[in-house]
Design a protein around this ligand. Sequence first.
Ligand code: ATP
Length: 512
Amino acid sequence: MANYEDVFKKVVAHAKEYGFVFQSSEIYDGLAAAYDYGPNGVELKNNIKNYWWKSMVNMHENIVGLDASIFMHPTTWKASGHVDAFNDPLIDNKDSKKRYRADVLIEDHIAKIEAKIEKDVTKAAKRFGDAFNKEEFVTTNGRILDRQKQIDAINEKMNTSLSSGDLEGVKTLIEQLDIKCPVSGTNNWTDVRQFNLMFKTQMGATADGSSDLYLRPETAQGIFVNFLNVQKTARMKIPFGIAQIGKAFRNEIVARQFIFRMREFEQMEMQFFVRPGEEMKWYEYWKDFRMKWHQALGMGEENYRFHDHENLAHYANAATDIEFKFPFGFKELEGIHSRTDFDLKAHQEHSGKKLQYFDPELGESYVPYVVETSIGLDRMFLTVLSHSFREEKLENGESRVVLKIPAFLAPIKAAILPLTKKDGMPEKAREVMKMLQLDFNCQYEEKDSIGKRYRRQDAIGTPFCITIDHQTLEDNTVTIRDRDTMKQERVTVDKLHAIIAEKVNIAKYLES
Ligand code: ATP
């Protein structure tokens, strides 16, 4: 584990050093779980948003976009169930005074047992070599089966207690498992309490006239309350979807792990409205579609898995997470939920306005069912950043840090580098820059040796470095260096556009 933690620390330090992510209000010693995206970060983030939007909205005739406000009428959150049920179970250690999410303490305990299983599998794989059959090993090995049984029993107890609101049961489980506080090392716990995750604020100037508002904890409700506005104005026919990218706010009890869990974050959500009874078909469709979207990035199929929910939220009849193998283990990256007609019905009841659709084929009106795909943009950013971070030893004994970001997501597509600052090279370089910068995000750099400039571009994941040298002035050729192979090729200036365009083309990622 130490190794993973080291890598993660390096990723966090790298993100700061190269202008991807800064701690919010750093000059005031920072604000917990709030982060700012720097010059390279904002480009990467925009490129991820673009990949999602193109895939979900532009490539689906039956999905349209929305940008709803963060403030919503407070009754929205009563109707959605967030006022009464958007809680996390909280527990404090009396010795360290540290606060934890009770369910996360139990999940971390389970992760430790899973790690033991993983260790046994790795050992056995080494021992048996090519003859090793993982599937057979994990279904027959006595020790692994015992451990799996333990995990299942813990999960069952936790889910039963959580879904029935039995907080004492959750505490008893923590005691039975002898879970200790990682800081104090003791199991001196308080009772478990519920903690509402919504941030409250006021709108309006006068004390009497002001009303309590919440910062939205998810973007989905902005879509539900606009269901009829969008359906009617865009003349959508069921099945259809509404997509939105925007900020959400949660007063998370424990917000560690950098941008994985923040108190202000961004979601990319799509609500797909379907005929009642057809939701499972669409749930399967979106599970498959979203997994392919992730895997198209080429970050390793083995790094993704589904995790079906046993403890379903109050609005869902099926739910799964797409988990990614972050440096600290497999964790949720995206949720896919079959939300039934819960939300639209609840808004109908609380607002007194009908939220129904007249289905011309069936000749009847109904409240549609909803399948949702919901992904955290910041978590997606972290998958790309952590997976692409590499420290490489080079043949000449030197080393380099390189971000092997999928080329179309890279903040800068090409760096334009005059070899020296004289002999008309900067002027020629500016000409090349002008030719390319409308279609590709380019960076002009003339400071430091060419080797140092290559390293800086490697560190931010720039796929191409284009060097303008003496020969360029004679025959209009430049060298173009590939980030991954570090190979350089001499090409005429007029070929550059096509070479870059081929490499950073988003189309091949969207064809899946
Ligand atoms: P978790 O179990 O990690 O708290 P969740 O199940 O509450 O997440 P959802 O409500 O399903 O999350 O939200 C959808 C997505 O929004 C998540 O898959 C995640 O990518 C993202 N997300 C949720 N909470 C946060 C947060 N505090 N910081 C960053 N991203 C978040």
